[in-house]
Design a protein around this ligand. Structure first.
Ligand code: UGA
Length: 506
């Protein structure tokens, strides 16, 4: 089938790559000529695992083209996918200008019959609005449920496909395009997709409903994820106060088959280009109809508070953060992406810098930190730790689980480790000489730390110091202020460097 995709952002390119993989002829159009030119040269403007593999195969079979001429891709398409950005305006309103522009472009270039598919997340009623611009072409809501980092598997092995239209033949045309996906009968695909396929029941569930229901389903799904994580973050605060371990609480809760284990991982708050924007939009959709949406609002408020966790925990150690060197392990809002849109790191950095800290960051994918404020970026975790007064896990990149903690600790000024994602093993961190603080979870008892006799003189001094600082969890520990057993900041080779530019992304 000939398919046009309007919009070369994350959703558009993932959709295009996947549709080409299952055998369609896909043309991608974007108003950004520079982006199209990059894509023609094989450059994908963001990180998404395996998308490059899909593109290489699709391009080799001549099933994927990019053009900045709308006519080239829309002219003879049977399906036209709208995959453009819908950013937030103030008060949670959604900026629909790109969607409406895309709709007008379709109106100007579409053939006599094509089904127009809106995949851009937009308020309830948007499909009706597009329909009024494009009559008599049928317009269908088909929300995307693509999480960054696993978007290829989410597209090719979906949990469900939701189609919002009252036009049976338009729904039929779209479902025909998805046939291989629905039957779970895919051509050779990357390993994570194969893995997902093995455990997926066939056929994929398909829901055909009204456009309004489909549009609301998208917001409800994202809001539910927000509510779950915020709920667990609130439980983490309670766990902190009562001395319980929230990771075990989450495990116990998630084993209930009615609840399930996903999205119960506490941390420094949810972020990204979707959840914060969508929950604000849902609140706005509800309040504009006189519905209070109290759960949605509460989830948002808990999330805002959670982003202050790092500054709050550090203040329990230091009366002032002035000139304290704080190393951030990770910046992206989640691993396997370089996306910094509404990442909790943005607020964490601004709070720490506001408190006078010297912030340094290392993220395997985010190499441009200039847009975050006056912070430096380190070449690797060891350079990050050199002379640091605390390390903070901000993004749970898998490689951080294998860090050489002893080595990290040995170059730090003060061995404080805030695990904002509960990623590391608290026992291992303590055994390596760290003061470990997780989100709502306690380190093991102090006696599990190595005996001072077994340690080097440097480690012994450190361990002795640790013995002093490990008081009751809520005891103020602001008197920790020793120069530290590690190398002084001035002695550490400065392998950090400031970066000033940012990389655009949609
Ligand atoms: C989210 C949804 O998961 C997708 O289904 C949806 O299609 C997409 O938004 C969208 O609307 O386009 P994404 O933004 O890529 O996908 O990221 P998530 O994997 O949902 O993670 C969002 C945030 O929640 C991250 O900051 C993550 O660290 C946080 N999170 C997630 C937690 O703090 N705890 C968890 O247990 C899970």
């Amino acid at each position: 089938m000939k398919i046009a995709v309007l919009g070369a952002g994350h959703v558009g390119l993932v959709s295009a790559g996947c549709l080409a993989t299952i055998g369609h002829d896909v043309g991608v159009f974007d108003v950004d000529d520079q982006r199209i030119e990059q894509l023609q040269r094989g450059i994908i403007p963001f990180e998404e695992p395996h998308l490059d593999d899909l593109f290489i195969t699709a391009r080799a079979h001549q099933r994927l083209t990019f053009s900045s001429e709308a006519d080239d891709v829309i002219g003879d398409a049977a399906l036209v996918f709208l995959c453009v950005n819908t950013p937030s305006l103030r008060e949670g309103d959604t900026d629909l200008s790109s969607v409406l522009t895309a709709a007008r472009i379709v109106g100007d270039h579409a053939p006599r019959y094509a089904v127009v598919v809106n995949r851009s997340t937009a308020p309830v009623g948007t499909v009706d609005r597009i329909q009024s611009l494009l009559d008599p072409l049928p317009v269908v809501a088909n929300p995307e449920f693509l999480a960054e980092g696993s978007a290829i598997a989410d597209f090719l092995v979906p949990d469900r496909i939701v189609v919002g239209t009252l036009d049976a033949s338009a729904a039929g045309c779209l479902l025909e395009a998805y046939d291989a996906i629905i039957r779970r009968d895919l051509p050779p695909v990357p390993a994570p997709v194969r893995q997902r396929l093995r455990s997926a029941a066939a056929p994929a569930p398909v829901i055909v409903t009204s456009p309004e229901t489909a549009e609301l389903a998208k917001y409800a799904a994202n809001a539910h994820l927000c509510v779950r994580v915020s709920f667990m973050n609130e439980i983490a605060s309670i766990a902190d106060a009562v001395g319980a371990d929230v990771s075990v609480v989450a495990q116990a809760v998630g084993l209930d088959h009615r609840i399930g284990p996903h999205f119960l991982q506490p941390g420094i708050g949810w972020g990204g280009s979707c959840l914060p924007k969508d929950i604000a939009a849902l609140e706005q959709i509800a309040s504009s109809r006189g519905v209070p949406a109290r759960m949605v609002r509460a989830a948002n408020r808990v999330n805002q508070d959670q982003r202050g966790w790092v500054a709050k925990k550090l203040s329990e150690f230091y009366p002032s953060l002035h000139r304290r060197r704080i190393g951030l392990l990770g910046l992206a809002y989640k691993p396997h992406t370089d996306d910094m849109r509404d990442a909790p790191a943005q607020e964490i950095v601004s709070q720490l810098v506001g408190l006078g800290a010297e912030v340094v960051a290392f993220d395997p994918a985010v190499r441009e930190v200039g847009g975050l404020g006056p912070i430096a970026s380190a070449e690797d975790p060891i350079a990050l730790a050199e002379g640091a007064d605390a390390l903070v896990v901000v993004t749970e990149w898998p490689q951080f689980s294998d860090l050489d903690l002893e080595r990290l600790r040995s170059v730090m000024r003060t061995p404080i480790l805030l695990d904002g994602r509960n990623q590391l093993d608290p026992g291992r961190a303590q055994a390596a000489g760290f003061i470990y603080v997780g989100v709502g979870r306690r380190p093991p008892p102090a006696r599990e730390r190595p005996a001072p006799d077994a340690a080097s003189p440097e480690e012994r001094r450190n361990t002795e110091a640790l013995g002093e600082v490990q008081g009751p969890p809520n005891k103020p520990r602001s008197w920790i202020d020793w120069p530290g057993p590690g190398r002084r900041r001035s002695q550490a080779p400065d392998r950090t460097r400031a970066r000033r530019s940012t990389r655009g992304r949609r």
